[in-house]
Design a protein around this ligand. Structure first.
Ligand code: UT7
Length: 332
């Protein structure tokens, strides 16, 4: 299933005006992992490109990381919490079964004018949340929104399974979206989302509230890899076509950071040079819904991406769920 919006829409533009992120202090290196299980730095680097990951502190929750990232984004936007109409948190690792992590974030931020809800699309969560917020703002339900991806993935890993435990990390990223009635060809130019539940069993958690336990991540790595390369290339093509742009108009690819080999294959398919691809997987590992906004915020704060640049986001994960968005960043 897919949804798409295009730049010829009669609705307000949805500008992406600011970003923020948060990484927990604790770093776990590949060498640290090799003390815990039968793995080694060479294997992890060669197969995934990962060298380290950040791990949430015992006394932290997903909402704590989300709040830090959101506050950074609000500071960059120069907005107060009272100006925010809506908050979406994309997460697979909510603090509680309910209420939503977004409701907790709203309370911690004291953003009491904002409605708040979570979206669960695993590693595609940020793109799904962006797509949803875009539709809400375009339809007039909100003018300013926070979209946050936040994950405590280390809490749902099986630390005895070397096939998954070495691949993930924790963190949060956020963006501010603002309606603008006079900014054609700026902001979210298109977004596409897809799901194919027939592949639910190649990446899942063997638990959940209805099953009575939290469970841990199970993955058929090679199967997911093959789907990722094919489906991400297809959805990027679809998003670029819906935006009215062509590949040569894209200034930056900010991909989901799961595996450097997947990122390199997509880069090759798009024929983009190294300098236009944002890579953080080496230091962040796969932070699921947080990975795209974390990478985006790093590139913004390093002055790699600047106002007016056209950015392509893409992500895929459990579901399978995947999607992409094309955004001209900043304000005219
Ligand atoms: O964000 C959600 C999307 N997720 C992804 O995109 C992940 C997609 N998949 C991948 O990134 C890759 O498939 C992996 C990085 C998970 C695995 O790479 P691979 O090249 O597909 O390796 P493999 O699973 O085929 O395993 C190769 C070998 C096996 O040994 P044998 O059977 O050949 O003797 C594994 O047992 O590597 C072994 N192995 C390890 N060795 C050392 C698996 N995990 C490890 C490990 N350390 N951590």
């Amino acid at each position: 299933m897919t949804s798409a919006t295009s730049s010829s829409s009669p609705f307000p533009s949805v500008l992406l005006t600011a970003s923020g992120s948060y990484l927990p202090e604790k770093i776990l290196t590949n060498d640290d992992l090799s003390q815990m299980m039968d793995t080694n730095d060479d294997w992890i680097r060669q197969r995934s490109g990962i060298t380290q990951r950040h791990i949430i502190a015992d006394d932290q929750l997903t909402s704590d990381m989300a709040v830090e990232a959101a506050q950074n984004a609000l500071d960059m936007a120069g907005l107060s919490v009272d100006e925010i109409d809506g908050i979406i948190v994309a997460t697979t690792t909510p603090d509680d079964t309910f209420p939503s992590t977004a409701a907790t974030v709203q309370r911690k931020l004291e953003a009491f004018h904002a409605f708040a809800f979570d979206i669960q699309a695993v590693c595609a969560g940020f793109v799904y949340a962006l797509d949803t917020a875009d539709a809400m703002i375009k339809s007039g339900k909100a003018r300013k929104m926070l979209v946050i991806g936040a994950e405590a993935f280390s809490r749902i890993l099986d630390w005895t399974d070397r096939g998954t435990a070495v691949l993930f990390g924790d963190g949060a990223g956020a963006v501010v979206l603002e309606a603008d009635d006079n900014a054609p060809d700026w902001g979210i130019l298109s977004s596409v989302i897809f799901t194919d539940g027939r592949f639910r069993d190649i990446l899942y958690v063997d638990g959940g509230p209805a099953r009575g336990n939290v469970g841990t991540v199970k993955m058929s790595g090679q199967d997911v890899f093959k789907h990722a390369v094919e489906k991400l290339a297809h959805c990027l093509d679809a998003a670029i076509a819906a935006s009215g742009k062509s590949v040569s108009d894209i200034d930056w690819l900010v991909p989901h950071q799961a595996n450097i080999r997947i990122i390199n294959m997509l880069q090759k398919k798009l024929n983009m040079p190294d300098e236009q691809v944002v890579r953080t997987v080496d230091r962040h590992a796969n932070t699921s819904a947080a990975s795209i906004p974390l990478a985006f915020d790093e590139a913004m704060r390093k002055n790699m991406i600047s106002a007016g640049d056209i950015v392509a986001f893409e992500g895929i994960g459990g579901g399978l769920a995947w999607g992409a968005a094309i955004v001209r960043v900043g304000k005219p």
